[in-house]
Structure formats: structure tokens, C-alpha cells
Design a protein around this ligand. Structure first.
Ligand SMILES: Nc1ncnc2c1ncn2[C@@H]1O[C@H](COP(=O)(O)OP(=O)(O)OP(=O)(O)O)[C@@H](O)[C@H]1O
Length: 379
């Protein structure tokens, strides 16, 4: 157990009246600026010049594959691990010299890290006792925090008597009780089963909105990040690849890594050329030629097309591409077809409607790819 869930001294808050509703945020949301942050473990540099700004009250995700540096970056903000180069500013103030408990940040771990020998109320009270908060106020804040996570009736239970989701709520309550200015969540839902994860992520979002607290959520699960976060930073190998609203990043990935990491994509190597008819993409295989939007740019690169960006036309025409269905995968809301077209294997998602006939292996189809659905990434 460490002091990661702790926040700064609450001396300034001692005027707080017992019974104050924790739902009313008492701390103004803060902004976080990360500037040129570089961090190494020995010879290995795992964060390479990270630049990021997180707006006050924002629910922000660090999203990336295992080993991309998400947890290291989160821990650097909390004040754990090797001292980084560069700057971390909270509301404009450089926090470099501050110890973890002086940073006003609360961290929730993947493992919850509850004390097994303390009941729920004592677990939540722990950080407040450490800060020598007055007894009546501890009582009020523990109650308010438990109310916020819907666990007020469980105050006298022990962690071993709680489900994973309930333990997670207690870990959150413990962090919230100390009223941090920043909430750091390190894969907080990864120990829960699929159904509970979906439920808990909505609870987490509602809680974050109610508190209005600037929150950073670390995950390798793009669906989790997309569903609850205002903006995401996609990390790979210690470098921020792209920052933006989930749908914007999904629709406009800046490189192949981001395109692949955020969902499924058809990625085709080739080049673009300006012709009398506008910009045209030609695949390296020489078999696919596609008109693109006018601002596509010229040169070598990759064409990115999401499976749902390709549709089956009612009849072949000059604008369609002839293809043959090779296999099908039923996904529930859609069927994903592997279609061979012009010697390319294309994934095509067709919305599944009850009773509508599915395509079969061997069926001949005419595919349509509207220019707006094809993103050209220049090399
Ligand atoms: N204490 C350490 N000593 C040496 N190397 C470390 C240490 N902690 C992390 N690393 C390395 O730093 C890199 C980034 O690790 P980090 O845990 O930040 O990645 P992550 O994106 O959070 O991955 P995961 O999703 O698996 O937790 C990895 O290559 C890891 O091996």
C-alpha cells in the first residue's frame, strides 16, 4: 500500500461544514499542461518528449497498446517513478519539486489496493485520517463519498465481502473523499467482467460529470476510451501519435498505427495522382483505381477505408468495383464480409437487419467506395 490515493493537505478546507454534499464540487477544475516530458528507466527512454494539454474538467484518456508508456506517464503526473525531464503544470504551476501527496492528485489503481483488515468506512477514511482531518468532518466526507458511489449501506463490510465492482466503487470513494484536484485512473475497470465493465464505465462518467474533476483514464481498450472520454491521446512507444475527440481520431487518423489501433481498417499501399478528373488513387498492385476528395494530396502513401465505408451497390456501374464474397463473420449489428476485389482482400461491414438476406460465399457484388470514405495518408 502506498500513498497514491492521497491528495494535498486539506487544511484550507477545514472550514467545511459536516454534512456538506460531496456532490457539489468544492474544488475548481484545473488544467494540466505536459511539456516535452521525457523519462527513462536506466538506458531505456519510455516517454519521448510528450506534449499534452488537458482542459479543466475534461475526461481525458491515455490510450495505447501494452508498453506504450501510459502508466509511466500517469505515474509521472502523480509523482511516482524516476524524475522526468520537461514540465508538468497544474493550473500553470510546475509541480516538479512536489512529493506525490503535495500534488493534489488522487490515483485509483487497477488492483484497487484496499486494506483487507479495514472495513469500508475505515478504508475510505484512511486518507483523511492521515491528513489529520477533524473526526466529524471525516465522518461526513466518508458518508458523502460512499453515497456518491452508491455504497452508503456497505460501510461496515470488509473488502473480502464485496464483489469486484463494489471494491472498485470503494477505491473510487476513497480517492474522492480526499477531494483531489485531479483524478488519475489506471485501467480501473480491467479486473471486472465484460457486463460490469460496461455498467461501471457509465457510473464513472456520471460521477466525473457530477464532480467536474479533471480526470485522466489509462486504458488499452479503445472502446472504453471512446465511450466515456471527451478526448483521447493515442500513445505508441512513448510518443503521442494523435490527440482529439474519439470520433475525430477514428475518422481522421494521422497515420497507419492510429488507423489500425482505433478499430478495423482496410489499408492499401499506393500513390495518388492528379488527373483531368481530379485526384485518383492507384494501388501498388495496379488493380484498384479510385477517385478521391480534391484535398487528398499527391504522392505515395496508404489509403485507409473503414469496413463500413464500403457499401454494396444495387447494380454494377462505372463507379463500382466488382468483387466476390470469400467469407462472412456475423457481428450482431453487422456482418463483416471478406470480399476479393481487383486482387485485394477488402473487409466490408453491412448492417444486419432481421430477416434481410445475407450474402453468401461466392456471390458476385458491386462495391461502392464514396471518396469521403477513403482517407489518404501521405508517406
Ligand atoms: N520500473 C521499471 N523499470 C524498467 N522499465 C520499466 C519500468 N516500468 C515500466 N517500464 C517499461 O516502460 C515501458 C512503458 O511501460 P508502461 O507500464 O508505462 O506501459 P503501459 O502503456 O502502461 O503498458 P500496460 O498497458 O501493459 O500497463 C515498458 O517498456 C516497460 O517495460
Amino acid at each position: 500500500m502506498n500513498t497514491a490515493t492521497s491528495t494535498a493537505s486539506i487544511d484550507k478546507d477545514t472550514a467545511c461544514a459536516a454534512g456538506t454534499a460531496a456532490a457539489a464540487p468544492r474544488v475548481a477544475p484545473v488544467r494540466i499542461d505536459i511539456e516535452q516530458l521525457t523519462l527513462s528507466f536506466g538506458e531505456t527512454t519510455v516517454l519521448k518528449g510528450i506534449d499534452l494539454s488537458i482542459e479543466p474538467g475534461e475526461f481525458f484518456a491515455f490510450l495505447g497498446p501494452s508498453g506504450s508508456g501510459k502508466t509511466t506517464l500517469l505515474r509521472a503526473i502523480a509523482g511516482f517513478g524516476p524524475t522526468p525531464r520537461g514540465r508538468i503544470l497544474i493550473d500553470g504551476a510546475d509541480i516538479a519539486g512536489r512529493m506525490p501527496w503535495q500534488r493534489d492528485v488522487g490515483m485509483v489503481f487497477q488492483s484497487y489496493a484496499l486494506w483487507p483488515h479495514l472495513n469500508v468506512a475505515r478504508n475510505v477514511a484512511y486518507g483523511l485520517e492521515e491528513r489529520r482531518v477533524a473526526r466529524p468532518e471525516i465522518k461526513a466526507r466518508v458518508h458523502a463519498a460512499l453515497e456518491l458511489v452508491g455504497m452508503a449501506d456497505y460501510a461496515l463490510r470488509y473488502p473480502s465481502q464485496l464483489s469486484g465492482g463494489q471494491q472498485q466503487r470503494i477505491a473510487l470513494a476513497r480517492t474522492i473523499a480526499v477531494e483531489p484536484r485531479v483524478l488519475l485512473l489506471d485501467e480501473p475497470l480491467s479486473n471486472l467482467d465484460a457486463g460490469l465493465r460496461v455498467q461501471m464505465r457509465q457510473e464513472l462518467l456520471q460521477l466525473q460529470r457530477r464532480l467536474g474533476i479533471t480526470t485522466i483514464f489509462v486504458t488499452h481498450d479503445q472502446e472504453e476510451a471512446n465511450t466515456i472520454c471527451d478526448r483521447i491521446a493515442v500513445l505508441s512507444a512513448g510518443v503521442v501519435q494523435q490527440v482529439g475527440r474519439p470520433a475525430d481520431v477514428y475518422d481522421n487518423p494521422v497515420n497507419e498505427f492510429v488507423a489500425r489501433f482505433l478499430g478495423t481498417a482496410n489499408i492499401i499501399a499506393g500513390h495518388t495522382q492528379r488527373t483531368a478528373a481530379g485526384i485518383v488513387f492507384a494501388s501498388d498492385t495496379g488493380t484498384l483505381r479510385l477517385p478521391l476528395a480534391d484535398d487528398a494530396g499527391e504522392g505515395r502513401g496508404h489509403l485507409v477505408i473503414r469496413p463500413q465505408g464500403i457499401s454494396v451497390a444495387p447494380a454494377p456501374s462505372e463507379q463500382t468495383i466488382a468483387g466476390t464474397v470469400r467469407s462472412a463473420e456475423f457481428l450482431g449489428g453487422a456482418t463483416r464480409y471478406n470480399i476479393e476485389a481487383n486482387q485485394l482482400a477488402l473487409l466490408v461491414d453491412i448492417k444486419h437487419i432481421r430477416g434481410a438476406p445475407d450474402l453468401r460465399t461466392g456471390d458476385q457484388v458491386a462495391l461502392s467506395i464514396p471518396p469521403a470514405q477513403a482517407i489518404f495518408l501521405a508517406a
